[in-house]
Write a protein that binds this ligand. Structure first.
Ligand code: MSP
Length: 473
């Protein structure tokens, strides 16, 4: 039986969610909903969660004056609640401070060690806590990481290393055999190019830090947060228990800033312990707000819940998927959201549902017959193909072409004239056709706009009454 398993990045708890964080999570949600419909609820696993063993957590807790674990609990709860309120249909919310995760990480690292892939050495280099990564000197500007605007620290310590270089050939072979493994193609090219230039071993522990998961065979070191975090994709599905195989390999949805971790380090770690790499890595672009990077200091870190309260969860989803082609960077502006809300949602789909329910109530006592409609099957199939290939904007454009066509059918045929002239033999089939079109549109719209789909289905339960506006103005 076919199964589908999908993950999001796990989010740092040094801050609360902003609208930019939503992107990967929404993509994973659309995919999970789509595959649940296709394969059945029990055949799909969708996990998200929080990345808590970071130095950033320690700093943020200190700043807030709270004890670290208490701070982490509080923030993780905020992330989880936000996703719940946004209607994200995750099956699991994994936290990297949970015992089940710690157990998986320890087991995994012992396996890496048994493969002879971990050795002790010294590391010196510039470290940016913002990135939680070592930086090249050439990436710094006046000693600062330009992205996080903070001074890099010179770290010199005894570290354990992972023999990443050993997997260079295996990785290249894997990429070659799986040309669709990273989407979009541009990211695939970037990653393969990078590996072709040669890989160096990486440091995977920190001696200077206390917060984190201790290395099993040398607890004076904590495991580097990225190594621990990547393993969440296995701990969520039950690793090291064999039941993890039911859901592995998963599709990972991530943002473009973390491709190297997911497409190079992670598959190499998996190769080291003899587990197959993820099924696919799906990489979304970044969005800006009114052309600016999302950041606290710019005061544009919009709370997604506030937006959702104003426009509804589904309008927000619709906007993000319709406006920004998957894989590209895009700009979020509330102005554009409002335009789409009025034109596509209120005047488009909302108006269609309200007109059709109104006419079915008035002219047919609320009764219609669902039938095979004259929508081109190719259009319906096209929506699904686009969705399966992460072309969300194209899928929605197709759905909206059906909305426009149905509204046009009403304008052209003027059912109200048929009613006035008492042409029942023409009116009834037309109403059946219109109701059926709306239901067909709803069936492909559901993964994108689940709340709206539910309302439409309820509105079309017979006897039909004129529906409340789906998108109030
Ligand atoms: N904790 C790591 C991920 C570990 S996964 C094993 C991390 N966390 S994060 O909270 O900083 O970022 C999580 C995700 O949010 C990343 O995929 C990042 O790309 C994404 N985004 C953060 N800001 C974003 C935008 N403005 N736009 C789109 N995605 C954004 O990295």
């Amino acid at each position: 039986m076919e199964r589908f398993s999908v993950t999001t990045p796990i989010y740092y708890v040094n801050d609360v969610p902003h609208v930019g964080h939503l992107y990967s999570t929404l993509i994973a949600d659309v995919l999970a909903r789509y595959w649940r419909k296709k394969l059945g609820n029990d055949q799909v696993w969708f996990s998200t969660g929080t990345d808590e063993n970071s130095q950033k957590t320690v700093e943020a807790a200190k700043k807030s004056g709270k004890e670290i674990q208490a701070y982490t609990d509080e923030l993780a709860a905020i992330w989880q609640r936000t996703f719940e309120q946004l209607g994200i249909s995750f099956n699991d919310f994994i936290r990297t401070t949970e015992p089940r995760h710690k157990e998986a990480v320890e087991f995994f690292l012992l396996k890496m060690e048994q493969s002879g892939d971990i050795y002790k050495g010294h590391y010196e280099g510039w470290y940016c806590v913002g990135h939680e990564a070592f930086m090249k000197e050439s990436d710094l500007v006046d000693g600062k990481c330009p992205e996080h605007n903070r001074t890099a620290e010179w770290l010199k310590e005894e570290n354990y290393f992972f023999k990443l270089s050993k997997y260079e050939k295996d990785l290249l072979h894997w990429f070659e055999k799986n040309p669709d493994w990273i989407v979009p193609q541009s990211r695939y090219n970037e990653v393969t190019q990078f590996v072709k230039q040669g890989l160096e071993d990486i440091s995977i522990t920190r001696q200077s830090q206390k917060w984190g998961i201790p290395l099993p065979n040398d607890p004076s070191h904590v495991i580097y947060v990225w190594i621990d975090a990547l393993i969440n994709y296995l701990s969520t599905v039950g690793y090291p228990d064999e039941r993890y195989r039911q859901w592995w390999p998963s599709v990972h949805v991530i943002g473009k800033d973390i491709t190297k971790f997911h497409c190079i380090i992670w598959p190499a770690m998996l190769m080291s312990v003899g587990i197959e790499p993820p099924k696919q890595v799906v990489v979304n672009g970044f969005f800006t707000i009114n052309g600016q990077k999302i950041s606290k200091s710019l005061g544009n870190a919009i709370d997604p819940l506030e937006l959702a309260k104003k426009y509804g969860n589904d309008a927000l989803r619709y906007f993000l998927f319709r406006e920004i082609p998957f894989g590209s960077d895009g700009d979020f502006s509330e102005e554009k959201l409002k335009e789409r809300y009025t034109a596509d949602l209120a005047n488009g789909l909302g108006n269609l549902v309200s007109r059709v329910t109104n006419m079915v109530e008035r002219y047919a006592e609320g009764i219609y017959k669902k039938q095979k409609v004259h929508i081109d099957d190719a259009v319906m199939a096209g929506v699904n193909t686009n969705l399966e290939n992460y072309k969300f904007d194209a899928a929605l454009a197709l759905i909206w072409s059906m909305v426009t066509e149905a509204n046009k059918l009403i304008d052209d045929k003027t059912p109200w004239t048929m009613a006035k002239e008492n042409k029942q033999s023409e009116l009834k089939p037309l109403l059946n056709e219109l109701a059926s079109r709306v239901l067909d549109i709803t069936s492909v719209l559901e993964p994108f706009m689940p709340g709206t789909a539910e309302k439409i289905i309820a509105a079309f339960s017979q006897p039909v009454k004129k529906a409340e506006p789906l998108f109030p103005r």
